[in-house]
Ligand binder design. Structure first.
Ligand code: B12
Ligand code: SF4
Length: 596
């Protein structure tokens, strides 16, 4: 049996997504013939080339420069930097408008060149979207079709449209080439995000047409979160298996082909059925090291889309991704998908085993940068890991997500820094003690501020995930939250942040106990495909809270909040009244904040 694991378009082009590497490592350890290919990267490379741009109108100047610039962003053509910073080499489109405002001058010439080249790529991506395929964005494809798509209809409609877009055709061509090269008996497609769903089905469609005997399975974060109530048999015109949660044991069952399946949807007699057994998953400590074999590691494109140093981590550099533990050790936050196995089942790996994996990955990739992708890395495990990294003299640079909780003592933070930690990201959420209590975050504003300061003091960058529109949250509380965030930026405690609109999901404690949060669930039509975010209204309404909960733009504080933080990330407006960022009338900030 030959297995081919595929990352469909589109994910970020700077580094590989970890699912195929984890499954490849595991399947190899079981003696299975497995290959992997990143068709997300391949598609981007095909499109952003002088040939690929042929089908986009008015791109002559870009076609002349694009191959050289892509090589530059892959790190294979460093001397081009000089020509790029001359500002005479690249065509400059609308994205270059930010240059005059932001601190471009403060960058090193290499970074300036990377930044300009990234703006140039972004301009091209906009042109592709506007002139060729409205679904196209650089790190997501046709995302809107898949977000909480209750039915499969819109995806199917675009898959089967008479005139495929040029991007569709390119992906079809890449799929055919890939199948011709690997001749797999089975293709496993990973679908981590809504922005991969259409790409995955497009690939599946072409595999079925080109190699009808090849079996196709899909799994991944999107599937685990959104497709748990799948009942539309038409999905199985494209794929044969849809698996939920951890993939190692279920994919092994499919490959064995013994008729025994684990957490897998299949179509039988025209109906969707869920086949499973009592079998346990492979424990996280025994899953082994990921394998990068087959990935073209020197072809990823490193971009600087924002000058903020923390922000660069997401788009620049090829980070090896590894999870330290399965699940979240806290698993109590009311808004989080705590009923999902990926959060609920907490299973840390021993520190020594993790260092073994890290060493294996370094040997294979030659890279020493690691992104630990846990939702919230436990402080105890980080302590053990940091110690073992130092003791075993394994020199790496790493960053991860955490909770700003008491366990992060100054001593632990120093230890983390010594072992190579350069950044952490964590939820400050609504930045209000009343709401943090209500949502059971288990942190207070003061404590979080102290901890962010301790990180900043040792030079570890901090990113904060922020949330607005939480049920019962008043405009006053929202403005006060922004005021606290402003202080945190101004005092250097945090370096970057992003406001997410609160979304109620079907897997969260809030959906099971809406009354406690003053909300009522609204009826929705039955999902036969995806289900995740659910509609609600506030019963206990705080002034105009109800109206922003239902998305009335006149009361939406989101744009102002995002604008404020975007500016703070560039050091702009840090000492000004927070009301200046809003087009609508908002209350004066009352928050008093005493920072460490
Ligand atoms: C780290 C992370 C990020 C990072 C890094 C992403 C990256 N490129 O590496 C950042 C911050 C950039 C990010 C961004 C986003 N993320 Co995110 N992210 C995660 C997180 C916490 C970990 C991902 C990870 O590394 N997992 C480790 C790998 C190995 O696990 P895995 O992919 O799930 O694979 C396992 C199984 O799913 C299965 N499997 C996977 N593929 C396949 C294939 C087959 C054939 C089989 C059989 C099995 C199988 O086997 C694997 C091993 O067990 C997950 C949550 C989670 N715990 O997984 C959310 C998660 C994937 N993200 C999510 C979302 C929504 C997003 C965003 C869309 C958020 C936003 N609104 O912008 C963006 C999208 C970015 C994009 N380009 O489109 C959702 C997706 C769910 C959904 N509704 O679709 C998740 C699941 C979190 C959640 N529950 O809400 N994310
Ligand atoms: S929000 Fe984060 S810390 Fe809270 S339960 Fe979810 S994963 Fe854990």
């Amino acid at each position: 049996m030959r297995v081919l694991l595929v990352t469909p378009p589109l994910v970020q082009p700077n580094t590989s997504y970890p699912a195929t590497t984890v499954l490849t490592g595991f399947l190899q350890s079981r003696g299975i013939r497995v290959d992997q290919v990143d068709l997300s990267l391949e598609l981007v490379l095909r499109l952003f080339s002088s040939d690929g741009l042929r089908s986009v109108p008015h791109m002559a100047r870009y076609r002349k420069t694009v191959d050289a610039v892509v090589r530059f962003l892959q790190g294979r053509n460093p001397t081009l930097a000089r020509r790029i910073v001359s500002r005479k080499f690249l065509p400059e489109g609308p994205r270059f408008g930010v240059l005059d405002v932001l601190g471009y001058e403060t960058l090193s010439p290499q970074e300036q060149a990377k930044y300009l080249a990234s703006l140039y790529i972004d301009d091209m991506a906009d042109a592709i979207r506007d002139r060729m395929d409205p679904h196209f964005e650089l790190s997501r494809y046709a995302e809107k079709l898949a977000v909480s798509a209750l039915t499969f209809d819109p995806i199917r409609r675009d898959l089967e449209r008479k005139k495929p877009t040029p991007v569709d055709r390119l992906l079809d061509e890449l799929t055919r080439e890939t199948i011709r090269k690997h001749r797999p008996d089975m293709v496993g497609l990973t679908v981590p995000f809504p922005g991969n769903v259409y790409g995955a089905f497009r690939i599946a469609r072409m595999v079925k047409a080109f190699s009808p005997r090849t079996k196709i399975a899909i799994g991944g974060g999107y599937v685990n979160t959104e497709l748990r109530e799948l009942s539309d048999p038409r999905v199985f015109d494209y794929v044969d298996f849809v698996t939920l949660d951890d993939g190692a044991a279920p994919i092994l069952r499919i490959i064995e082909n013994s008729g025994r399946l684990l957490r897998t949807f299949v179509r039988e007699n025209g109906r969707v059925v869920f086949r499973t057994s009592e079998e346990h998953d492979i424990p996280h400590g025994r899953i082994g090291a990921p394998s990068f074999r087959g990935l073209k590691l020197d072809r990823y494109i490193s971009m600087i889309e924002m000058l903020n140093p923390m922000h660069k981590l997401w788009t620049a550099g090829r980070w090896n991704k590894l999870m330290l533990a399965h699940g979240c050790y806290w698993r109590k936050c009311a808004f989080c998908d705590t009923s999902l196995d990926t959060i609920r089942r907490f299973e840390p790996s021993p520190a020594d085993e993790l260092v073994d994996r890290i060493e294996t990955v370094i040997r294979e990739t030659g890279e020493r940068g690691f992104h630990f992708t846990d939702e919230a890395a436990p402080p105890g495990l980080l302590r053990a890991l940091s110690k073992r990294l130092i003791e075993r003299k394994v020199n790496i640079t790493w960053w991860c997500n955490i909770r700003f909780e008491r366990g992060f003592t100054p001593e632990l933070i120093r230890l983390m820094a010594r072992s190579g930690c350069i950044a952490v990201a964590g939820g400050l959420e609504t930045v209000s003690d009343r709401l943090l209590r209500l949502m059971r975050k288990g942190v207070t504003v003061k404590q979080a501020a102290r901890i962010t300061k301790a990180f900043a003091d040792v030079g570890i960058m901090v990113h904060a995930y922020l949330m607005y529109g939480f049920p019962t949250q008043t405009p006053q509380e929202t403005i006060d939250a922004l005021e606290r965030v402003r202080h945190l930026f101004a005092t250097g405690c945090i370096l970057s942040a992003y406001w997410h609109r609160f979304a109620l999901t079907v897997h969260s404690p809030m959906a099971r106990d809406p009354q406690r949060f003053g909300i009522r669930l609204l009826p929705m039509s039955r999902a036969t495909f995806a289900k995740n975010e659910i509609p609600f209204e506030e019963v206990v309404t705080a002034t105009f809270g109800r109206r922003w909960a239902v998305g009335d733009r006149r009361y939406d504080l989101g744009p102002g909040l995002r604008k404020a933080v975007y500016n703070y990330m560039h050091g702009v407006g840090l000492y000004e009244d927070v009301r200046k960022w809003f087009d609508l009338k908002v209350p004066r900030a009352k928050a008093k904040i005493r920072l460490p």
